[in-house]
Ligand binder design. Structure first.
Ligand code: UTP
Length: 285
């Protein structure tokens, strides 16, 4: 079984739910406490052993790729001004190999993943949606990579979603349960609650086999006129092992305004330097 060495980060979406902030700023560069959203996902991938980070970007997203460069001018300027470089840990970190490819038109998540097909090649790969900020120890992707060593095939990260929210997720038809893993017998994109086969929804972490790329390449637009990743993954069921893994992590949907604010609060409250002030404020409220 080939190891999972590559991770695709689809970051070409328009981020309309966070407008107006995202009019000129990629949503992945909005800060959660003191670092951009994208850094949490990249750190999670590196912890899971990912060697190559593949950004699928679009117009106006260049700052996101620049962020992972060594901040050479900044370092020289700060050093000559006698300032500490401690806060520049992102500049000095080892992010492995960074590759970026363009999605010329936002035709959906499936299409964004497909844009990385030549870079992924003939290897299993991870997909991380940075909007889904996952806080876990070890990180969500590391838990999935560990499960992959036993299960192989395709693994999606899943969680129980409220019955009235099934329209926001790809929903799983569950089969045999093996600890935290559930065999996937079917996948439906955004079903109405009465049509949903379960309440197990797919969230933004995947380990996929490269064959999914050919399937996406043949795909017709699905729900919302977009090329859906869910539809392509559904075609792999029965051909390759396919499981959903419920990871031990807390998820914040940062693509949504309330989720974004809650993620900031949750992370700040875990920081000893910030928590007392915030707790004091919340108590007064
Ligand atoms: P979303 O469904 O959150 O879409 O995409 P969005 O455009 O980013 O945000 P809203 O709904 O308009 O507010 C899920 C993930 O897929 C990527 C997004 O960047 C995000 O990481 N994506 C989506 C693409 O890369 N390309 C697309 O065509 C669509």
């Amino acid at each position: 079984m080939k190891p999972v060495r590559k991770a695709v980060f689809p970051v070409a979406g328009l981020g309309t739910r966070l407008l107006p902030a995202t009019k000129t700023m990629p949503k992945e560069m909005l800060t959660i406490v003191d670092r951009p959203l994208i850094q949490y996902a990249v750190d999670e991938a590196r912890e899971a052993g990912i060697e190559q980070i593949i950004f699928v970007t679009g117009r106006g997203k260049s700052s996101l790729v620049d962020y992972f460069d060594l901040g050479f001018e900044l370092e020289v300027a700060m050093q000559s001004a006698g300032k500490s470089l401690d806060k520049l840990d992102c500049s000095r970190a080892d992010y492995g190999e960074i590759v970026s490819v363009r999605q010329q038109r936002p035709l959906g998540l499936g299409h964004a993943v497909w844009c990385a097909r030549h870079i992924v090649g003939d290897e299993p790969f991870a997909v991380l949606l940075p909007d889904d900020l996952m806080i876990g120890q070890p990180g969500a992707l590391k838990q999935m990579v560990d499960a992959y060593a036993d299960l192989g095939g395709n693994i999606v990260c899943a969680e129980e979603v409220p019955a009235n929210r099934t329209r926001n997720y790809g929903i799983i038809t569950p089969g045999e349960i093996k600890g935290r893993a559930t065999e996937v017998l079917g996948l439906v994109e955004k079903p109405a609650p009465e049509d949903a086969p379960s309440r197990l929804g797919v969230v933004g972490r995947y380990i996929l086999q490269p064959e999914v790329m050919d399937i996406i390449g043949r795909a017709e637009p699905g729900a919302g006129g977009e090329i859906q990743l869910t539809d392509a993954m559904a075609e792999l069921i029965g051909l390759q092992p396919f499981h959903a893994l419920t990871v031990q992590a807390v998820r914040h949907d940062c693509g949504d305004k309330a989720g974004f604010v809650l993620a900031n609060l949750a992370i700040a409250l875990d920081r000893p330097d910030l928590a007392p002030l915030i707790e004091d404020y919340l108590a007064r409220r």
